[in-house]
Design a protein around this ligand. Structure first.
Ligand code: NAD
Length: 330
């Protein structure tokens, strides 16, 4: 099976490639073509440990999905059986500072993938999206039928790509499926995101910047999903999902940012004096919460359920891999 992965040098994309190439669950030979622009978040360092230059089942092209000519050329030449579009700018704070790259890569880049897939009659496209497209919910949960109400330029660019994908399904019958996952955690996550930032700061003896105010002392809730389970779910959905459908992938592990911070502090032997209270970001979503009924009905089951234990493993990974993250810290 020929698989095109975009953004395969990023956090989730690189974990996905490792899963495809090494996990028994896959059960068939896969040929992977990875296109990545190698932004600050990729740089290729996430896949170095897999020694892929010698692997006949893997090919890498340094390229930008906003380049339609390139995207069309690669898809026409390789005719993949399936495309997984992970490529995106992914950091909310950066999208608040400047949304240009988010509009380009997350929306226009995704449109290029849909157009080239249509031109070349590709049989399956998985558009990787996020629970952030729903916006915030104080109580209850979002299902796939809920309205989109994104708050940040990041989540809006992801929602825009989804709407275009679904219009290509309705208009042209493009065989596209959308996954909306919760916050991922695991190895090889760029140390600007809360979990690796806090872990690596503490390893370096620095404080952790927790968004805080008198009315909201670190109480924003995120749902935590192990990156390996996300990769498994994305693959599972590509096999079992229905075209034109959206599938939530919850982590089923909601925690406030304050609670997550305390787990990390405790494990690394620090107290709350290491918390640096910083102001909330603009339009800071209070709580993300999605239901996974549709995914469960397809028969998907999780492997990595114990959040505290899994976070401890991630902390150990960052402790044991300073050569990976130290050069990436700003
Ligand atoms: P990441 O920032 O770690 O990696 C993104 C990768 O995409 C990088 O390797 C980067 O070089 C590449 N890229 C960016 N723009 C590109 C372009 N124009 N052309 C080609 N490559 C480009 O992000 P991530 O956390 O791995 O997220 C992957 C996908 O999953 C994104 O679509 C994101 O919206 C989605 N997602 C992430 C999370 C999460 O918790 N990290 C949760 C839900 C959904």
């Amino acid at each position: 099976m020929k698989i095109l992965v975009t953004g395969g040098c990023g956090f989730i994309g690189s974990n996905f490639i490792q899963y495809l190439l090494t996990d028994k669950e896959i059960g068939e030979e896969v040929m992977i073509l990875n296109i990545d622009k190698m932004t600050y978040a990729g740089k290729g360092r996430n896949i170095e440990h897999m020694n892929l230059s010698q692997n006949k089942n893997y090919e890498f092209i340094e390229g930008d999905i906003t380049n339609m000519e390139l995207v069309n050329y690669i898809i026409a030449k390789n005719k993949p059986d399936i495309i997984f579009n992970f490529a995106a700018e992914s950091h909310v704070d950066r999208s608040i500072e400047n949304s240009n790259a988010f509009e380009q890569s997350n929306f226009l880049g995704a449109c290029n993938i849909f157009k080239a897939a249509l031109n070349n009659k590709i049989k399956k496209i998985i558009q990787i999206s996020t629970d952030e497209v729903y916006g915030s919910i104080n109580q209850g949960n979002f299902s796939e039928e809920s309205f989109l109400n994104p708050s940040s330029p990041y989540s809006s660019s992801k929602a825009a790509a989804e709407i275009m994908a679904l219009s290509y399904f309705k208009t042209h019958n493009l065989p596209v499926i959308i996954t909306r996952s919760a916050n991922n955690y695991g190895p090889y996550q760029f140390p600007e995101k809360i979990l690796p930032l806090f872990i690596t700061n503490l390893i370096e003896g620095k404080k952790v910047p927790l968004m805080w105010s008198e009315e909201n002392p670190g109480l924003n809730v995120r749902d935590w999903l192990n990156v390996k389970d996300n990769c498994r779910a994305i693959w599972f959905i590509s096999k079992n999902g229905e075209n034109g459908n959206i599938y939530n992938i919850p982590g089923e592990n909601e925690k406030t940012n304050y609670e997550i911070t305390k787990i990390i502090l405790r494990y690394l032997g620090f107290g709350e004096e290491m918390i640096e209270k910083v102001p909330h970001r603009k339009a800071h979503d209070f709580r993300y919460s999605i239901l996974g009924h549709k995914l469960k009905k397809l028969g998907f089951t999780y492997i990595h359920k114990n959040l505290e234990e899994e976070i401890e493993k991630v902390i150990e990974w960052y402790k044991n891999n300073p050569d990976w993250w130290r050069p990436l810290k700003i």
